[in-house]
Design a protein around this ligand. Structure first.
Ligand code: VGL
Ligand code: ZN
Length: 197
């Protein structure tokens, strides 16, 4: 059984949003078209409390895209984005979210960020998605969405580590590309055993 996992196709990651990914909105129609070809559609939603520790606004003297050391390792600081209940956190209005059988929210713990759909950024605290997929027999995963070099890549690499057969459809993704992060993410995904198409 083959699941389509749509990562963070939310207003704040699309043009006009707080952490806009170039052309982030261009993938919405093609993702909708792809949904019919899968046994299940799962959406993830970045879902931060207003004072989340990944926001530069919580670190006096720091600006967005600077990096800090957190107890769990290095963390890029972001503009405030995807605040729980805000319009920015809502799915892109054209995304066919009604097709989803499961919506998994992540990044809701104030002190830790969560790029991956499977684990928080400590690589240890689970979101529960692994259990959902395995109990439903969804062994093959195709990942699409935003952003290629952060949430999509972290999710794909964790999924391989958990034993899933993982493809990232790059045509249905867009990246942030911070200091070469897109190339680095592609290399890490390839080395991990993710199929890139
Ligand atoms: C993401 C940065 C911060 C993503 C989420 O969805 O890739 N990136 N929060
Ligand atoms: Zn976030």
């Amino acid at each position: 059984m083959h699941a389509l996992i749509v990562i963070d196709v939310q207003n704040d990651f699309c043009p006009g949003g707080a952490l806009a990914v170039t052309e982030g909105d261009r993938i919405v129609g093609p993702i909708n078209d792809a949904m019919a070809g899968f046994d299940a559609v799962i959406l993830t939603q970045d879902w931060h409390p207003a004072e989340h520790s990944s926001f530069a606004s919580q670190h006096p003297g720091k600006a967005p895209l600077e990096q800090v050391e957190m107890p769990y390792g290095p963390q890029v600081l972001w503009p405030d984005h995807c605040v729980q209940g805000s319009n920015g956190a809502a799915f892109h209005p054209a995304l066919d979210a009604n097709r989803a059988e499961m919506v998994i929210r992540k990044g809701f713990r104030p002190q830790i960020d969560s790029y991956s759909a499977f684990f928080e950024n400590d690589h240890a605290t689970p979101t529960g998605l692994e259990g959902y997929l395995k109990t439903r027999g969804l062994q093959r995963l195709t990942l699409v969405g935003l952003a290629t070099d952060f949430c999509v890549a972290f999710s794909a690499i964790d999924a391989v580590r958990l034993g899933f057969e993982v493809t990232v459809n790059e045509a249905l993704c867009r990246g942030i590309d911070l200091g070469g992060s897109l190339t680095a993410a592609r290399e890490r995904m390839g080395a991990a055993g993710v199929t890139l198409t």
